[in-house]
Design a protein around this ligand. Structure first.
Ligand SMILES: [Zn+2]
Ligand SMILES: [Zn+2]
Ligand SMILES: [Zn+2]
Length: 260
């Protein structure tokens, strides 16, 4: 099983429209960050997407995605669901299951109302089965555990499969969720920037969470343009010496058995 990072950027993406800062003008491909999304691939061919943001089409083509069995939703901020229309390619033969919290399902129904009301034939709408999550989700041989998190005051979900946990868009981990994260070996966690933010972990918050969860390896995601990839690496060398922590980048594959 592996987790592929499809997008590693914060809600604006990097480069930010109209920004000429050094990170937005960087020639390092790792500094080109589409909106946050990830794909779990199982050993039996399972293909499970976490969020479908505005660049889902570009990400799916880049990842060579030919199959999608289910979508797991973290929350319904625009940068995580506004690519839903492009899921239709994966829902022609059978309806595509989408797992989300009950509140997020109501929100998706409203935001994408055209997909859930009868319209003329040939409209090319995504055919989605919205399923409220109330415990682990099984897809093929894979089991996904929803991890309740707080994104400011908003309840959101992280997702864990086996030893890999993907926790984007969070500023707090409820005590009860640490139990669900026990034994995590590879952790991808929100770390927007060094400066604090009301709804996202900053670098130091993320380090504290990593310390507590104690995975073998960890990665920062949902990154903004304050730091380049190399700049974050430098910061980590100084502030978390000897720890296996790095920023993710678009296209990174994290294997359940270690780095590829
Ligand atoms: Zn986000
Ligand atoms: Zn910039
Ligand atoms: Zn968000």
């Amino acid at each position: 099983m592996e987790l592929e990072i499809l997008g590693s950027g914060t809600s604006h993406g990097i480069p930010v429209i109209g920004c000429d800062c050094p990170v937005c003008r960087s020639g390092d491909s790792r500094d080109n960050r589409t909106r946050a999304s990830a794909l779990f691939r199982g050993d039996s061919g399972e293909s499970v997407l976490v969020d479908a943001g505005p660049e889902f089409r570009v990400q799916a083509i880049r990842a060579g995605l030919t199959r999608l069995d289910a979508v797991l939703v973290t929350h319904t901020h625009a940068d995580h669901v506004h690519g839903f229309d492009d899921l239709r390619i994966f829902s022609y033969e059978r309806r595509l299951p989408v797992y989300a919290s009950a509140a997020d399902i109501a929100e998706i129904r409203e935001r994408f109302s055209y997909a859930f009301r009868p319209t003329q034939e040939g409209g090319g709408k995504p055919r989605l089965d919205l399923i409220a999550v109330d415990g682990p989700v099984r897809v093929g041989d894979l089991e996904f555990i929803p991890i309740p998190l707080l994104h400011g005051e908003l309840p959101v979900l992280g997702w864990r499969c086996g030893d890999i946990a993907y926790l984007t868009d969070a500023s707090a981990i409820p005590e009860s969720s640490f139990a669900l994260l026990e034994g995590t070996k590879r952790l991808v966690i929100d770390a927007l920037r060094l400066r604090s933010h009301p709804t996202h972990f900053n670098f130091r918050d993320a380090l504290a969470a990593i310390e507590r969860i104690a995975p073998d390896e960890a990665w920062f995601t949902h990154l903004c343009h304050d730091f380049s990839h190399e700049g974050i690496m430098d910061w980590l060398r100084t502030n978390a010496p000897g720890k296996k922590i790095e920023p993710v980048y678009d296209g990174l594959r994290i294997s359940a058995d270690g780095r590829d």
